[in-house]
Design a protein around this ligand. Structure first.
Ligand code: ARG
Length: 490
C-alpha cells in the first residue's frame, strides 16, 4: 500500500450529502480509550478501526433530530423524577447551545467520538459537566439512532410529498391547456389511436398521486416512537414513552423493544416508494426526450432545462430529462443496497445497520432534485399542437373508429368490422393516402352499408371526442378529471 493509499484509508472522504462543514477531526495516535464506553478498554482503537467504525461524517446530518430526541428524553426523565429539575434544565440549555454551535458551523465533530450521538453528548459534558452523564439514563444509542433516523426519514417523506404535489400541479396545468390537443397514442411505440395530450399528462398525474399515497401510507407506519426501547430489552426506569412520543410528533410508542431497535423497514419503504416514483419520472423523462427530437417535434424544452453541445452548434440537448431518466439508477441502488444489508440480520441491533443511512440520504436528495427538475421542465416546455395533430393522423390511427362505426351503424360483428377495416387500410396504404381520403364508392365496395357519415369519425378530433367512456381520452373527460384532481388536492 502506498502512503497515499494509506492516507486515503485513514481519512475516508465524506461521500454523501450536504456536508460542506469541515470533515471530522482525526484523533492523534496513539488513540485513547473511548471516553463514552472505554471503561473496560486499556487502549484506543486502531486507526483503521476508527475509519471503518465512525459514522459521524454522514450521521451528523441527524444533528437536529438527535438534539430534539435528547431534549424530549431529558424533559421526560425530569417529569418522571429520574432527573432533577436542575440537571434537566442545564442539559436542555446545553443542548440548545450545541444546536446553535452546529448551525453556525462552530461545532467541532470528532471521528474518535464515532457518531452524532456521542459527539453531542461529549460536547454536552464540556458545557454542563457531570449532569451530561445522566442524559443517557434509560436509553441507548440503539433506540437513539432508530429514533433519529425515523425522524429524518419522516421529514424526507414530507419533502417528497410536497415535491410530488408540485409536479402534479404542473401536469394539471398542461392537461387543462391541452385538453383538446390531439396526439398519437402509442402501443409498442407504434401509432395506435389518437389521444389528447391532456389525457397523456393525466396518466402521469395518476402515477404520481399513487407515489404520493405510498409515501403517505409509509409515513403513517413509520410514525411510532422507538425511544425508550433502550439497548434492546426496554428499561427498569419508570419512563413515560407516551410523553416522548408526543414531544417528537410520533403517534404512539412502538410496542416491542426488540423490533424497535432492529426495524429499518421504514427506510426500506421510503426507498421503495422513492424507486417507484423515480421509475415513473424516468418514463416521463424518456417521453420528453423522444418528443423533443426534431423527428417528433412535439415539445420544445425551455433554454432553462436544456444544454448545448460544445462541438455541434445546432444542438439543444434535453439533459435534464436524461438525468432524471438516469438518476433513478442510484435510487434503485440504494433500495437494493439496504435490502441486502438487512437480509439475514439476527435480532436485535447489529452494526451492519449503520450502513442504512448514506443510501437513504443520497436517494432522498436525488429524488427531490428529480421531482423539482421535472416540475420545472413540464411547466416550461412548449407544446407544438400542430406537430402532435399531424402525427396523430398518421399510421391509420382512426382505423378502430371505422371498425367501431361499422359495428354501431351497420350492425356488423366487431370481428367482421375489423376485417373490412383492415382491407380499407390496405387499400389506403397501396395508394399512399389517409383513410379519410378514400372515395365513398371504394369504401362501399368493401361494405355496402357504409355511408357518407363515416367520414365524420375518421378525423382524429372526432376519434378522441367519441372516447367518452369513463377514463377515456375525450376532451370533456380530461376537463372533468382536471377539475376533480384540483378539488382533491386542495
Ligand atoms: N452509529 C450507530 C448507527 O448508526 C449508532 C448505534 C450504535 N450502537 C451500538 N450498539 N454500537 O447504527
Amino acid at each position: 500500500m502506498t502512503d497515499q493509499n494509506k492516507d486515503d484509508l485513514y481519512h475516508p472522504s465524506v461521500g454523501v450529502g450536504e456536508n460542506t462543514e469541515p470533515e471530522a477531526k482525526e484523533n492523534e495516535q496513539p488513540l485513547a480509550a473511548n471516553a463514552m464506553w472505554g471503561g473496560r478498554f486499556a487502549g484506543g482503537p486502531d486507526a483503521v478501526m476508527e475509519a471503518i467504525n465512525a459514522s459521524i461524517d454522514f450521521d451528523r446530518r441527524f444533528h437536529g433530530q438527535d438534539i430534539s430526541g435528547s431534549r424530549a428524553h431529558a424533559a421526560m426523565l425530569a417529569a418522571q423524577g429520574i432527573l432533577t429539575a436542575e440537571d434537566a434544565k442545564a442539559i436542555d440549555a446545553g443542548l440548545e447551545q450545541i444546536a446553535g454551535e452546529i448551525e453556525r458551523g462552530e461545532f467541532v465533530f470528532s471521528r474518535a467520538l464515532e457518531d452524532i450521538h456521542m459527539n453531542v453528548e461529549a460536547r454536552l459534558a464540556e458545557i454542563v459537566g457531570p449532569a451530561a452523564g445522566r442524559l443517557h439514563t434509560a436509553r441507548s444509542r440503539n433506540d437513539q439512532v432508530a429514533t433519529d433516523f425515523r425522524l429524518w426519514v419522516r421529514d424526507a417523506m414530507d419533502r417528497m410529498i410536497a415535491a410530488i404535489d408540485d409536479v402534479i400541479g404542473a401536469l394539471l396545468d398542461k392537461a387543462e391547456a391541452h385538453a383538446d390537443t390531439v396526439m398519437p397514442g402509442f402501443t409498442h411505440l407504434q401509432v395506435a389511436q389518437p389521444v389528447t395530450f391532456g389525457h397523456h399528462c393525466l396518466a402521469y398525474v395518476e402515477m404520481l398521486a399513487r407515489d404520493k399515497a405510498r409515501f403517505v401510507d409509509a409515513r403513517a407506519r413509520l410514525n411510532e416512537n422507538p425511544l425508550g426501547a433502550a439497548a434492546l430489552a426496554g428499561t427498569g426506569f419508570a419512563i413515560d414513552r407516551e410523553a416522548t412520543s408526543k414531544a417528537l410528533g410520533f403517534d404512539r410508542p412502538t410496542r416491542n423493544s426488540l423490533d424497535s431497535v432492529s426495524a429499518r423497514d421504514f427506510a426500506l419503504e421510503f426507498l421503495s416508494a422513492s424507486a417507484i416514483c423515480g421509475t415513473h419520472l424516468s418514463r416521463l423523462a424518456e417521453e420528453i426526450v423522444i418528443w423533443s427530437t426534431p423527428q417528433f417535434g412535439f415539445v420544445s424544452l425551455s433554454d432553462k432545462f436544456s444544454t448545448g453541445s460544445s462541438i455541434m452548434p445546432q444542438k439543444k440537448n434535453p439533459d435534464a430529462a436524461e438525468l432524471v431518466r438516469g438518476k433513478v439508477g442510484r435510487v434503485n441502488g440504494a433500495l437494493v443496497g439496504l435490502l441486502t444489508v438487512m437480509k439475514g440480520l439476527p435480532l436485535s441491533y447489529s452494526k451492519d445497520m449503520q450502513e442504512d443511512k448514506e443510501g437513504v440520504f443520497d436517494a432522498s436528495e436525488t429524488l427531490e432534485l428529480c421531482l423539482t427538475a421535472m416540475g420545472g421542465m413540464v411547466a416550461d416546455m412548449a407544446v407544438h399542437e400542430d406537430a402532435m395533430e399531424a402525427a396523430a393522423g398518421a399510421g391509420y390511427s382512426t382505423a378502430t373508429d371505422l371498425a367501431d362505426w361499422l359495428v354501431r351503424e351497420a350492425n356488423l360483428p366487431f370481428r367482421d368490422a375489423h376485417h373490412v377495416t383492415g382491407r380499407a387500410v390496405g387499400m389506403a396504404e397501396e395508394r399512399s393516402v389517409e383513410l379519410a381520403e378514400l372515395p365513398l364508392a371504394d369504401l362501399q365496395g368493401l361494405n355496402s352499408a357504409i355511408t357518407e357519415a363515416v367520414y365524420d369519425v375518421l378525423t382524429v378530433q372526432a376519434s378522441v371526442a367519441s372516447r367518452t367512456s369513463y377514463g377515456g381520452t375525450a376532451p370533456a373527460n380530461v376537463r372533468a378529471q382536471v377539475t376533480a384532481w384540483r378539488e382533491r388536492l386542495t
